[in-house]
Design a protein. Structure first.
Length: 299
C-alpha cells in the first residue's frame, strides 16, 4: 500500500502527538519532523522513534520540496500566514492546526468531502472541533438560529505557550466557525483554563437561542453527527441534552483523549489532532485511488 508523505511543522505538544498518530496510520508516513530547537522534547522524541528531523523550520520544505505531499502546520497563527504562501507555491496540501483561518474551515464530521479538494484547510480550534458539529446540528434542525454561545473548559496544563499566545485568534476563529456552520446570527466563544489537579477532561457547553425549539429533530441529528465524530474521536460524548433551560437549548459534550503522546485529559488537543488526521487520510485515500485508476486506465 502506498502511503502519502507527510511533513509536520512544529515540534510542540500538538506536533509530537500528531507524529505518534501518523505513525499508526495505514495511509500516511511522516518523512520529516520539523522544529526550531534540537533541545525540544518533541524533536528528541521523534529522533528516538527513528523519524528524520530538522531545525530549519519552513526552509527545510523549500529546500526539499519532494519531501512531502501533506504538511501539518502546528506552529502559530502568525507563522502560518507566512507558511501558507510558501506551501501554496510548492503545491502542498496544507492542514493548518493554528487559528490563522487562511484556508477553508474544516470539520470532518460536517464537510470532509469538500475539504479534500482544497489546497489549505483550517482546523478552526479545539473548541471549534468540539462545538461546531453540535452548532451545525442545531442549524440543521432549526430554520432560525438567533444566538449560539460556547463555553469550553480545559485543563490549564493542556494549554501550551502557543495556545496562550493565540487566545484572541482562538476566540475569533471559533466564533466564525460557529456562525459559518450553523447560520447563527450571533455567536460567542469563551475558553476557561481550569488549574484543578487532578486535571479535568475537556468539557464544552453549547447554548442556543432559536425561534421554535424542535428537540425531537435535534436529538436525531445529534445522534447521527456524534456517531460520525466517534469514528475519528472515540472519546467524544454528549453528556447533557439537548434540554431547554431558561428558553435556551443546552448541549454539553466531553472529550477524552486517546492518550498517545498527550495525557488523556488533554481531549482539547486530541480532538483537533484526530480531526487533522481524519482529513489527511481522506485526502491520501482520494489521491492514492486516483493514481491507481490512472494506472489501470493506461494498461
Amino acid at each position: 500500500m502506498n502511503k502519502l508523505k507527510v511533513a509536520i511543522l512544529g515540534s510542540g505538544n500538538i506536533g509530537t502527538d500528531l507524529l505518534v498518530k501518523t505513525m499508526r496510520s495505514p495511509y500516511l508516513s511522516c518523512t520529516i519532523f520539523i522544529g526550531r530547537s534540537l533541545n525540544s522534547s518533541g524533536l528528541q522524541k521523534a529522533q528516538s522513534l527513528g523519524i528524520p528531523i530538522s531545525t530549519a523550520s519552513i526552509q527545510y520544505i523549500q529546500d526539499n520540496p519532494d519531501c512531502c505531499d501533506i504538511v501539518f502546520d502546528a506552529t502559530s497563527a502568525k507563522d502560518h500566514f507566512e507558511h501558507a504562501k510558501i506551501l501554496k507555491k510548492l503545491n502542498k496540501f496544507a492542514i493548518d492546526l493554528t487559528p490563522a483561518k487562511v484556508g477553508s474551515m474544516c470539520v470532518p464530521a460536517v464537510n470532509m468531502e469538500e475539504c479534500i479538494n482544497k489546497s489549505n484547510v483550517n482546523m478552526i480550534t479545539c473548541g471549534g472541533q468540539a462545538s461546531v458539529p453540535i452548532a451545525y446540528a442545531i442549524g440543521k434542525s432549526h430554520p432560525v438560529v438567533n444566538y449560539i454561545e460556547v463555553v469550553s473548559s480545559i485543563a490549564s496544563r493542556s494549554a501550551g505557550p502557543a495556545t496562550r499566545a493565540n487566545l484572541d485568534e482562538y476566540i475569533h476563529t471559533t466564533e466564525e466557525g460557529l456562525k459559518y456552520f450553523s447560520g447563527a446570527k450571533k455567536t460567542k466563544a469563551i475558553l476557561n483554563l481550569n488549574p484543578a489537579i487532578p486535571c479535568i477532561n475537556m468539557q464544552t457547553t453549547i447554548f442556543a437561542k432559536v425561534d421554535e425549539p424542535n428537540l425531537a429533530l435535534l436529538k436525531k441529528n445529534l445522534t447521527e453527527i456524534k456517531k460520525t465524530i466517534q469514528h475519528y474521536v472515540p472519546g467524544y460524548e454528549i453528556i447533557v441534552g439537548p434540554i431547554i433551560e431558561n428558553d435556551r437549548i443546552v448541549v454539553m459534550v466531553r472529550v477524552k483523549g486517546l492518550g498517545d503522546y498527550l495525557p488523556e485529559y488533554a481531549g482539547n488537543l486530541d480532538i483537533i489532532n484526530c480531526a487533522a488526521i481524519a482529513i489527511a487520510e481522506a485526502f491520501a485515500k482520494n489521491k492514492i485511488n486516483a493514481e491507481m485508476e490512472h494506472v489501470i486506465s493506461h494498461h
